[in-house]
Design a protein around this ligand. Structure first.
Ligand code: GUN
Length: 283
């Protein structure tokens, strides 16, 4: 029987602590921390995520500035908005919700965000710092995963971590963060031959492939820590990339979906917004 890694409870704790720090910031610097959130189009999942991010900001005392552009917004309209927010001294953090509509150049738009306002940790400078194992602004989902792993009290050093998925948002950065903690890291992806053989070796299995119930019990080693990053909308409601019911009796720790990694991403976003604001006042 596994122990549930309760992201909802853990993120609530983090946000309570942040609330105190945010109030102190306001007292010390005489202003609120502000976070600009840009949503382009009406992707239903993105709308929910953005709503939850704004709600969390309100809870911790961060002022959110919400910008909703139509799905038909042009490249220059989005770029101009990011540029305006970049030079606006009252804005501490800028978040562009992904994915963007296909006609927009995601990489170019993200590259305009100054590293010091990059609350998502997506810019080349912040990704570079993650790669160099420097403390900086790490991207939120991987940071949330690391926080959860550390909360288990299990030593990560020397463990074999297998990541399924190689996205810029999750797979690649979490691999680097696990490496920083002295894990031996394997990254699997859609072209990996005999993925099951790799998954079965994992002491820590991070699944971010975007396929409902992709990881089944026969792919999991007894006692593995299983982190499910997937959020898939199926006829039967939300489910992760892991077949939770099948895997839960094999894993030592497992994250639920929903209520696992998702809330941790938002807590880490709030933490990054605080960090950006603090650094802008102090560096
Ligand atoms: N889309 C899915 N996850 C994320 C995230 O962490 N940040 C942003 N900006 N977009 C996302």
């Amino acid at each position: 029987m596994s122990i549930l890694l309760d992201g909802k409870a853990l993120s609530a704790e983090i946000k309570e602590n942040l609330k105190v720090k945010v109030a102190e910031f306001e007292k010390n610097y005489g202003r609120k921390i502000s976070l600009a959130v840009i949503l382009v189009g009406e992707n239903p999942a993105s709308c929910v995520y953005v709503k939850n991010k704004i709600k969390a900001a309100e809870f911790v005392g961060i002022k959110s500035l919400s910008f909703s552009l139509p799905a038909t917004a042009t490249e220059s309209e989005v770029e101009d908005l990011v540029k305006t927010l970049s030079v606006d001294n009252s804005v501490d953090g800028i978040l562009v919700q992904l994915p963007l509509p296909k006609h927009l150049n995601e990489e170019k738009i993200l590259s305009i965000i100054p590293a010091e306002k990059d609350v998502d940790g997506f810019t080349a400078e912040n990704v570079g710092n993650t790669t160099l194992f420097k403390d900086g602004i790490n991207s939120c989902t991987p940071a949330g995963i690391m926080y959860m792993l550390k909360s288990t009290g299990v030593s990560l050093s020397g463990k074999h971590a297998v990541i399924i998925g190689r996205s810029n948002i999750v797979g690649k950065p979490v691999a680097l963060m696990l490496l920083r903690e002295n894990c031996t890291v394997t990254i699997c992806h859609s072209k990996t031959a005999d993925l099951k053989a790799f998954a079965k070796q994992a002491d820590i299995l991070v699944v971010a492939i975007g396929k409902a119930k992709f990881v089944t019990a026969d792919m999991v080693k007894d006692g593995a820590i299983v982190i499910d990053v997937g959020i898939n909308r199926t006829e039967n409601g939300l489910c992760g990339d892991v077949d939770f019911e099948g895997v839960k009796d094999k894993a030592s720790f497992i994250t639920p979906v929903p209520g696992g990694v998702g809330p941790m991403t938002i807590a880490m976003l709030m933490s990054n917004a605080y960090k950006c604001a603090y650094r802008r006042e102090n560096d």
